[in-house]
Design a protein around this ligand. Sequence first.
Ligand code: T46
Length: 141
Amino acid sequence: MTKKIKVKNSGIIKLQFFDDFPDGNLVIGEAKKNVPFNIKRFYYINNLFNKKSHRGLHAHKKLEQIIFCVNGHFTLLLDDGEIKQNILIDDPYSGIRLGPKLWHHMTKFSSDCVILVLADDYYKESDYIRNYNKFLEYIKK
Ligand code: T46
């Protein structure tokens, strides 16, 4: 995991965890505390056994999300229209803010990768920008 996020509308969210060795770790996120919004929806992505899998390739107009990799690792490309940053997501105790107007692309998943996303709103296809040129036009507005 990188220590510095260079793109706009992002950041690193650190979770509190208890190392209960040899009985595992307990990891905690709390809305409006370390998670900076009220969580209306969560989803997770697993079964990423295909080495060529890729996901994302869109931006959101208003949605706020935090993406975690609770197991394994993957690469997240973030692009705010000016700066692009590739981040190896491999720390289950830190998430990345996926704020609005941030193009994202997820690749290079380990086969044991499990991704958890927290979102501040329900699913709305109208909030997605799935075309890169339209994304560039949208952020200029
Ligand atoms: C995001 C990245 C990180 C729903 O019906 N409800 C939902 O809550 C979600 C998240 C998706 N869907 C439907 C929409 C598509 O027909 O599930 C299908 C797969 O979604 P999508 O192709 O958008 O999946 P990803 O992995 O490319 O993107 C997802 C989120 O959709 C997106 O908001 O930021 O993860």
